[in-house]
Write a protein that binds this ligand. Structure first.
Ligand code: FER
Length: 256
């Protein structure tokens, strides 16, 4: 897996813009690329985080440089916050309940807001969802609930909690079956999943067991599922930025 070039950590002279969009008591951040785009990524923070977790200079400079240097086609990126403003309990148990219902907020509130602001009606094939840790759990919930909205799924160091907290590790076979049912329940549309974690990541045992169990359903997942483990990769944003540096160019371009 490639490392992020050091020059990509500095400010880019051809930078996109970040706008805060408000809805109700909440606010999300939208990255608008320097050139027009019909592509969009919904990028979800981890437990205890918010819309600012991903949108720090380190990440935004990387994206600007990737687009500026031509290794990444321009895309919009939305960074929402799955917690309500009054939410005090950010434990995994509480966050797990919050992210389960967050897809409804994405569908009913965030999508219309973003599409009205950008003036773009994104096609399903041009929409991706990704997230780190609890954001990865959110990505799996989007797969379970919103296959009509997204084609591309990039869960990063987070497993599927449909059976229980860290259920991908505790109940891998049952979790894989739930994912299989979800595909058929939603009309078996085409999709791509690109899951990434690190061998020293706290979520590794959970995601790894789940992906192995999913491998027992080649007719459903087959080459639609790609999985990568970074040797010694740990559970932090810096490592996740590296995963995104490697994974983003493969988005929206045939098989990842
Ligand atoms: C995992 C997925 C998410 C995991 C932990 C989390 C330990 C999140 C933890 C947190 O938000 O504190 O598989 O494994």
């Amino acid at each position: 897996m490639l490392t992020i070039p050091t020059e990509f950590t500095t400010k880019c002279e051809n930078a996109g813009t970040v706008t805060a969009l408000d809805y109700g008591e909440k606010s999300l951040l939208l990255y608008t690329p320097i050139a027009p785009s019909g592509r969009i990524l919904y990028l979800i923070h981890g437990g205890g985080g918010d819309q600012h977790s991903f949108f720090c200079p380190e990440f935004l400079n990387m994206v600007d440089h990737m687009i500026d240097s031509g290794i990444l086609d321009p895309l919009y990126i939305v960074s929402p916050c799955f917690y309500d403003p009054e939410e005090k309990d950010k434990s995994p148990a509480s966050s797990g309940i919050v992210v389960k219902r967050f897809c409804t907020e994405l569908r009913k509130q965030i999508f219309p807001l973003v599409e009205a602001h950008t003036g773009v009606s994104f096609t399903r094939e041009n929409r991706a969802i990704s997230g780190f840790s609890m954001g990865g759990v959110t990505t799996w919930y989007a797969f379970l609930q919103a296959l009509d909205l997204f084609y591309w799924f990039l869960p990063l160091s987070g497993d599927c909690w449909v059976c229980s907290e860290t259920g991908g590790g505790r109940f891998p076979e049952k979790t894989a079956m739930e994912l299989v049912y979800a595909v058929s329940r939603q009309g078996s549309p085409d999709f791509r999943i690109y899951a990434i974690t690190g061998s020293k990541d706290i979520a590794f045992p959970n995601l790894d067991a789940q992906i192995k169990a999913m491998g027992k359903y080649p007719a459903v997942f087959g080459d639609k599922l790609k999985y990568e483990v970074l040797e010694d990769g740990i559970h932090d944003y810096e490592t996740i930025f590296r995963y995104l540096f490697n994974a983003l160019p493969a988005l929206f371009t045939g098989k990842p």
